[in-house]
Design a protein around this ligand. Structure first.
Ligand code: UGA
Length: 428
């Protein structure tokens, strides 16, 4: 396929990545947002999201004239061949996805879309949304297509340009094939199906990943109680190709803008059709329990009571490589520590500013000053290279709680500190 005229509505990390990457594939892309300040910054090549490679792609798109940024979707869509909806679908009442942003966009563009223009959902939307959009559009000359994204924050550009698969679904099969053709230059298998199946692929995949992580976190807990080592257990499991080696690392719980929201939404969707998805609900419960166990572990490390304890926190983002704090397990753990009376000082290489219940510092060593315990909550590589002898000199106590099993226990121990990981034997 040659170059298509594409409009991307919403310039969050999904929309901006989609727009910049589609432009790099040779399409002519206009990105739209309601935030005029953001549009002006993007039009000047300034990207506020921490996403490796994205700023370069945006600059290249602007320089080649294949990418531009505007306010106002109604005007932007008049000669489009495809419109990608990349607006937020946050968790709404009762855990169901809130589709108000999608509905507002449809309302705005419905009368302006040229005949034949494909309306494509890119952000995660509940099963049935394509059908609902068709109803809202009130037009039979405009196909609606579901084309979920599978980007991970921090590796979004790489994931887009080197995907595991392309999933496209529509009740208008020629339109689905045409949309799949927009990615023809990418060497990836495509699954072309009906709209409901494409929509469900996204939820089924994210929820499976969440269950996998809850399972691993529970196995790590078992390891501690049984005197086994989660590193060896997951290594042994991971060689089984049916299980795979990735997404087997225990941590303080899964977070971010996707897995928590999508797990709740799928439980709700299941409930709406009379199915109790208790397997998935249990994974959500396990994720809450994991945070409680982490707090109990930290309390144990400082002698049983957190009241008045000084805790230095390393990492606040929900995972390394991003400055995203949405549903970050690190934030809930620090909030619980503060609620139990601990004095929290935190450092994250990508997060500044202020957060309730803690003091944020801009140097990791400052978290160690007078601390009874140091707690690693995000797996930033730079924490591995800290000078633990210096950390030990600054600390009041000797406890290092590593909820990501990130550090080399030996380098912590040789500084005279104790190291406590997840699902691993304690090292003193
Ligand atoms: C997730 C999915 O991985 C993407 O495929 C999907 O496209 C995206 O949601 C989305 O729906 O947009 P993301 O939220 O960026 O991507 O983050 P992940 O890399 O999946 O990490 C999720 C959470 O699991 C993080 O809190 C992370 O720290 C945790 N995690 C991940 C672990 O605790 N252990 C692991 O081994 C892997």
């Amino acid at each position: 396929m040659g170059s298509a005229r594409i409009v991307v509505i919403g310039t969050g990390y999904v929309g901006l990545t989609t727009g910049a990457c589609l432009a790099s594939l040779g399409h002519r892309v206009t990105c739209v947002d309601v935030d005029s300040l953001k549009v002006a910054r993007l039009a000047a090549g300034q990207v506020d999201i921490l996403e490796p490679g994205l700023e370069e792609l945006v600059s290249r798109g602007l320089a080649t004239g294949r990418l531009d940024f505007v306010v106002g979707s109604r005007q932007a869509v008049v000669d489009a061949e495809a419109v990608f909806l990349c607006v937020p679908t946050p968790m709404g009442a009762g855990g169901a996805a809130d589709l108000r942003a999608v509905e507002a966009v449809i309302d705005e563009v419905a009368g302006a879309l040229p005949p034949g223009c494909a309306v494509i959902t890119k952000s995660t939307v509940p099963v049935g949304t394509a059908q609902r959009i068709r109803g809202l559009l009130g037009r039979t000359d405009v196909p609606v297509v579901a084309n979920p994204e599978f980007l991970r924050e921090g590796t979004a550009v790489g994931d887009f340009l080197n995907p595991d698969r392309i999933v496209v679904g529509s009740d208008d099969q020629p339109a689905a094939h045409w949309v799949a053709g927009l990615y023809a230059d990418l060497a990836a298998p495509s699954v072309v199906t009906d709209a409901a199946s494409a929509e469900l692929v996204k939820y089924a995949a994210n929820c499976f990943l969440a269950m996998k992580l809850s399972y691993v976190n529970a196995v790590a807990e078992l390891c501690e109680r049984l005197g086994a080592d989660i590193e060896s257990v997951t290594e042994g499991m991971g060689y089984d190709r049916r299980i795979g080696r990735s997404f087997l690392k225990p941590g303080p719980g899964w977070g971010g803008s996707c897995l928590p929201k999508d797990t709740h939404a799928l439980v709700q969707v299941a409930e709406s059709v009379g199915f109790d998805f208790s397997l998935l609900s249990a994974a959500i419960q396990e994720n809450i329990a994991q945070r409680d166990r982490i707090v109990a572990k930290i309390a144990g490390a400082v002698g049983g009571s957190l009241a008045g304890a000084r805790v230095g926190v390393l990492g606040l983002a929900f995972k390394a490589g991003t400055n995203d704090l949405r549903d970050s397990p690190a934030l809930s753990v620090t909030a619980m520590l503060a609620a139990h009376g601990a004095e929290v000082t935190a450092y994250d290489p990508a997060v500044g500013g202020e957060q309730p219940g803690m003091r944020i510092v801009d140097d990791p060593y400052q978290t160690a000053k007078g601390a009874d315990a140091i707690v690693v909550l995000t797996e930033w590589d730079e924490f591995r290279r800290l000078d633990w002898t210096y950390v030990a000199e600054l600390m009041h106590g000797d406890a290092v709680v590593d909820t990501r099993n990130l550090l080399d226990p030996q380098s912590v121990l040789s500084a005279g500190l104790s190291w406590l990981g997840l699902g691993r034997p304690r090292a003193r």
